[in-house]
Design a binder for this molecule. Structure first.
Ligand code: CMP
Length: 832
């Protein structure tokens, strides 16, 4: 081991090299990792074959340092993997990942297994290292590095869902491949038996255990975040500790998958962290992790590539043959998944439909990166494995990674050109042109305003504005010559622009701190659905995405189920409050979009298309208004509180901006500013505390609203209260389905329901009851009953129904009478 100064020279020298490569990669139009691999190989040649080079002084020490690096397999995995994986998990858009979690997990795990098996069996037929070693190689090369493909998708404006699918797959396939290769290594070392069932169980245990550790560690860290609020550097440091501690505790002390633990910890941090930490801290945190991951992946690339020349001296022609088989096998495995498995998922509507050219890009763009190299290095440095296996895995995995980088990486662009994917579609081109025209137009308007307020000579202003007008006319001319667009195309362009604009508006609201991070994430994701919908299905796609976006979220439904089954109301109240907040923000956003449409889009797209857009937006406004009205009707007090809160936030935001201006203009001193800012931030803390929505599900209060129970004495009322269960029904929810077996009847404490009977439906309101006929007459439900708005119901289960009526003959007579009346005159409205 060289002395410490020389070792540091080695590392920093490599970092200096790394920092100089990105501009070169840009200039040569090559993926950065390809260039890194080339630079690493070149260094490797100097280090291993340059013994006789006359190097002395700094260059000599640098080469000595590189030659002296002794990296143990553990060191490699412990140093680099947590950073790489945590960062990848942190950056992914968790909400969108969760939208497609089923296909992503399926794709990731199945793809790894397919690759491991195909490569394992194909190679074991020719190589003489045994099936397990071949499977190990298969697992190592099963990880994919999505950066290249995702970058291309972004440039091409491919639907966001496609990128999420590829990114998510790569995140989980890293975890699956690493866990699998650890198991296979243990088998090779003889510390685990090679039986299929045992291995699968161990794999699952490993995976699930890691997930639990990761989740628990992240939650623990968040409990600490509460203490660190606002201390940016401490908060960021805590995330670094989290990543490494989760990994080490899982791997070393609990013997479950450390990799899975890190990935889950990263996802949970990405999800909750965004909500908990302040936006500026979050931005620094993302920057810091981006930096760490850049160092980790660049160093790993360089270090691994440096070994290549050395490895290749040992390589034989038979290795070249094996490499050829490996390449074909991995391509085949990926093709099986994309052409065999993915269509099944698309048919079952679990995954986005993917065009054949995109599939080909995904297959060919399956570059392997830092994770495969780290695993291969770990095997090659593991001296408990036989020399043959180490050589086999190291040469083939490294050779394969290099092949994907040098061949696939450099031919991806030509392939795109061949598939004509590099050209923007007619609509995309038009969207681009309209966007340019819009911004030029806005700039021109602002310029005139600035010129007027700054008293610039009118002639100068006119000349400059004139040049903008010319540029706009030029874009309009080329764009008109470029393509004759149909009305449907224009409408699609309008919808894409509106959805993009909607995302910007929500982000703006978040920056102004008038909406919580949690809500804004959901809103942006839903605007993303609109964008994807408009891109893939035009008007229909947009409208069905809007429809999907107006429904209750999965967590809402979950909270509702908990409320129904276990009587828990707190979470449900929180979800309702969130929905309220989101509806308010969407309504405001829609209002702005309507103005944007009339002022800016309609002049560009024509009056007809403008009207259509107004209609589509109008439909959304109606839906949102209805949902808001339903909530307001049931929780008027809360609606008022939320609205005034919103206005107070806007006020605080304006006040903050004002203080900054006063400071900038030196009207107030820094001390005064700090004092004011402190007061304001205390107010913000108060404003950011969400008011608690009381969903008023207290039994006694609800019972008091049902006149039927009015004549009962206090003791009976108490007895009844024990039997009745409060339940909140949502607007449009079917509480009773015709033909089902009746298990309960309901009293309406507030709200209204509709009984669907011929010839016309009947409405029942506060104080009425329904669902009694099935219980009284022992027959199936005779009609559908749907909640019209939010309803507070009191459910009386069949068992309790019998018990209650046995002790209250008066009640029985009244319920019996109503039931018989309803049976006899199906259209008459029921009275008590
Ligand atoms: P049940 O048959 O248990 O479930 C459907 C319910 O709709 C039924 O009980 C009554 O409570 C209600 N219902 C059926 N017919 C009428 C009617 N004509 N007027 C009012 N309510 C009715």
């Amino acid at each position: 081991m060289p002395e410490i100064a020389v070792s540091i020279l080695g590392i920093t020298g490599l970092l200096a090299l790394v920092s100089l490569l990105p501009p070169v990669a840009n200039r040569l139009n090559l993926p950065f990792s390809v260039l890194l691999a080339l630079a690493g190989c070149a260094l490797g040649v100097i280090v291993f074959f340059g013994q006789n080079l006359p190097l002395s002084g700094l260059p000599g020490d640098f080469v000595t340092a590189l030659r002296g690096f002794e990296i143990s397999p553990e060191a490699l995995l412990y140093i680099f993997l947590p950073t790489l994986l945590f960062e990848a998990a942190l950056m992914i858009d968790v909400r969108r990942l969760m939208d497609d979690i089923a296909p992503i997990l399926l794709l990731a795990v199945v793809a790894v297994v397919v690759c491991t098996l195909v490569v394992g069996f194909a190679l074991s037929a020719v190589a003489d290292v045994g099936l397990i070693a071949c499977l190990l190689l298969g697992a190592i090369v099963a990880t994919t590095d999505p950066v290249a493909v995702v970058g291309i998708f972004r440039d091409l404006g491919a639907p966001r869902r496609l990128s999420i699918l590829v990114e998510g797959e790569s995140l989980f396939n890293d975890a699956a491949a690493i866990a699998l290769s650890a198991l296979l290594t243990a088998m090779l070392l003889g510390t685990r038996n090679a039986d299929a069932v045992g291995t699968t169980l161990a794999f699952l245990k490993n995976f699930a255990g890691g997930a639990i550790v990761g989740y628990a560690a992240a939650r623990g860290a968040f409990a600490l975040f509460g203490l660190l609020r606002g201390l940016r550097f401490a908060e960021i440091t805590l995330t670094v500790a989290l990543a490494y501690l989760a990994y080490i505790v899982a791997e070393r002390y609990l013997h479950v998958s450390g990799v899975v633990a890190v990935v889950i910890a990263g996802l949970v941090t990405g999800w909750h962290g965004r909500i908990r930490v302040t936006p500026t801290t979050w931005d620094s945190l993302v920057d810091m992790w981006g930096q760490l991951a850049f160092w980790a992946s660049s160093l790993i690339f360089l270090l691994a590539a440096m070994l290549v020349p050395h490895l290749l001296t040992d390589a034989t022609w038979s290795d070249a043959l094996l490499l050829g088989i490996l390449i074909v096998a991995t391509l085949a495995a990926r093709a099986i998944v994309l052409y065999g498995l993915l269509p099944l998922l698309s048919v079952s509507r679990m995954a986005a439909r993917i065009s054949n050219s995109f599939k080909l890009v995904i297959v060919w763009g399956g570059l392997r990166g830092a994770v495969s190299l780290a695993l291969a290095l770990a095997v090659s440095e593991n001296d408990r494995l036989s020399d043959d296996v180490r050589h086999f895995v190291a040469v083939l995995a490294t050779g394969f990674v290099l092949f994907t980088l040098l061949v696939n990486g450099t031919t991806l662009q030509p392939l795109l050109r061949l598939l004509k994917l590099d050209r923007l579609s007619k609509v995309d081109r038009a969207v681009r042109d309209r966007a340019i025209m819009l911004s030029l137009d806005t700039i021109r308007e602002r310029l005139s305003a600035v010129a007027e307020s700054d008293r610039i000579a009118p002639a100068v202003t006119a000349r400059i504005c004139e040049s903008f007008a010319r540029r706009i006319a030029e874009v309009r001319r080329t764009s008109a010559a470029d393509a004759i667009l149909s009305d449907a195309d224009l409408l699609q362009i309008g919808l894409i622009t509106l959805a993009t604009r909607e995302q910007e508006l929500h982000l703006q609201r978040f920056k102004e701190r008038v909406v919580s991070r949690k809500s804004v994430q959901i809103l942006i994701a839903r605007a993303g659905w609109l964008l994807d919908g408009a891109k893939t299905g035009g008007r229909e796609g947009y409208e069905s995405a809007a429809q999907r976006g107006s429904t209750f979220t999965t967590t809402f439904r979950f909270a509702l189920a908990l409320h129904r089954r276990l009587g828990l109301t707190r979470w449900l109240a929180q979800e309702l409050a969130d929905r309220f907040e989101r509806l308010l923000i969407v309504r405001m956003g829609l209002q702005q979009l309507l103005t944007f449409n009339t002022r800016q889009l309609t002049p560009l797209l024509g009056a007809g298309v403008g009207e259509d857009l107004t209609m589509i937006l109008g439909k959304r406004v109606t839906t949102v208004e209805q949902s808001l009205a339903a909530l307001r009707l049931q929780f008027p007090e809360f609606a008022r509180t939320l609205e005034s809160r919103y206005l107070e936030r806007v006020a605080a935001q304006l006040e903050g901006a004002e203080y900054v201006d006063l400071l900038a203009e030196s009207i107030i001193s820094r001390e005064v500013h700090n004092e004011l800012a402190r007061e304001l931030s205390a107010r913000w803390r108060d404003l950011e505390r969400r008011p608690v929505l009381d969903i008023e599900l207290k039994r006694e209060q609800l019972i008091a609203r049902v006149p039927l129970f009015g004549s009962l004495d206090a003791e009976r009322l108490r007895a009844i209260a024990r039997l009745l269960r409060p339940r909140l029904a949502l607007p449009g929810e079917r509480v009773i389905a015709r033909g089902e077996r009746g298990d309960a009847m309901y009293f309406i404490a507030s709200g209204a329901v509709e009984v669907q009977i011929a010839p016309s439906p009947v409405r029942l309101g506060s104080g009425d009851f329904f669902g009694e006929m099935a219980l009284v007459m022992h027959q199936p439900r005779n009609a559908d009953v749907t909640a019209l708005g939010y309803c507070h119901l009191l459910a009386l289960r069949q068992r309790d129904f019998e018990r209650l009526l046995a002790g209250n003959p008066d009640l029985r007579t009244r319920i019996d009478t109503v039931a018989r009346e309803r049976l006899a005159a199906p259209t008459s409205t029921a009275a008590q």
